[in-house]
Design a protein around this ligand. Structure first.
Ligand SMILES: *Cc1c(COP(=O)(O)O)cnc(C)c1O
Length: 336
């Protein structure tokens, strides 16, 4: 199967499997797993923060981050399209009694700061307490501009909000901007980073922030059942993901641009700008369900919804992109 559904489908590399098989492990709930400790220490240092926490998923990293920032009755300001708000089962509200204040994302993925300001609640017992501003980078494959991040940090500071970045695909932003990820997250109170998407680790994310923040998050990780034992087996792959799998993301971006260009040559397909590894294609006059079904029979998996979504990653090559395009052409031809 050639799988364009997501970069989460990437398989661990041989080097990762070797490192996993040979990892030194201990009981991480006791803080005894040397490989988890190594990953957390390396991550904190890599990004210029005090501490890091290895979590079982990106959802869990964001959740325990929100729980560590906000208390019952607090609220966080977040994009309407943000993963934490839209695609994580409402965890902050469900498990943390944290009220989300969703705001529309602009077409570039940012949240308008004038509108964010207007959404901050007065200090009055009628209202939830506005505590946190949360951004996502990349969001829908789009990279938040660096000057916007600067303004957002100033906005948060001036208004007494903490600021979090859901950086599941932070490294894609870094590669696209040719700016070290450290600079992108600098000045944020916390961020999450997914190791198991384009970076190819089998499982795991990181939450990164101050010592105090991470110790609160560590407690919440245990509460939500995320205290893992000999997790060094997983962290071993995570170290390789963080240290060795970043540069190659550029190939995924190139393949995404190539795919977008090819799709734009086809009647009924329209792809706007592609910045990283996610291609959204708007279609007209095409039965996308039938296309998805047809491609599946040819051994190609894609996502359909409001648009078609194709994600490029380590386990799809440029040749696979060509195969996809050829098969779409065949579909269009046959259906005529
Ligand atoms: C994938 C993703 C997550 C969640 O990661 P899981 O490991 O699937 O729980 C969070 N935020 C963003 C932006 C993501 O793309």
């Amino acid at each position: 199967m050639i799988d364009f559904r997501s970069d989460t489908v990437t398989k661990p590399t041989q080097k990762m499997r070797h490192a996993m098989a040979n990892a030194q492990v201990g009981d991480d709930v006791y803080g005894d797993d040397p490989t988890v400790n190594m990953l957390e220490n390396k991550a904190a240092e890599r990004f210029g923060f005090e501490a890091a926490l290895f979590t079982s998923s990106g959802t869990q990293a964001n959740l325990v981050g929100l729980l560590a920032h906000c208390e019952r009755g607090d609220e966080y300001i977040v994009g309407q399209d943000a993963h934490t708000y839209k695609y994580e089962g409402g965890g902050a509200a469900v498990l943390g009694s944290i009220q989300p204040q969703p705001l529309q994302n602009e077409s570039d993925g940012t949240i308008d700061l004038v509108r964010a300001k207007a959404a901050i609640k007065p200090h009055d017992f009628h209202f939830a307490k506005s505590k946190l501003f949360s951004l996502e980078n990349t969001i829908g494959g789009k990279v938040l501009p660096m000057d916007y991040l600067q303004e957002a940090k100033v906005f948060a500071k001036e208004n007494g909000l903490r600021i979090h970045m859901d950086g599941a695909r932070l490294m894609n932003a870094s590669v696209a901007l040719e700016i070290d990820a450290k600079e992108i997250v600098q000045g944020f109170d916390s961020f999450s980073l997914c190791l198991s998407k384009g970076l190819c680790a089998p499982v795991g994310s990181l939450l990164i922030g101050s010592h105090d923040f991470i110790s609160r998050a560590r407690r919440w990780r245990k509460v939500v059942g995320g205290g893992m034992r000999q997790a060094g087996i997983l962290a071993a792959a995570g170290i390789i993901a963080m240290e060795e799998m970043v540069e190659r993301l550029g190939e995924d971006h190139d393949n995404a641009v190539y795919l977008a260009k090819e799709l734009n040559l086809l009647e009924g397909f329209h792809v706007k700008e592609v910045q990283t590894n996610i291609v959204f294609a708007h279609t007209s006059g095409i039965d996308t369900q039938a296309l998805q079904h047809f491609l599946k029979e040819q051994g190609i998996l894609i996502s359909t919804g409001y648009t078609l979504r194709f994600v490029t990653h380590k386990d799809v090559s440029k040749q696979d992109v060509t195969t996809l395009v050829e098969n779409i052409k065949t579909f269009l031809h046959v259906r005529k």
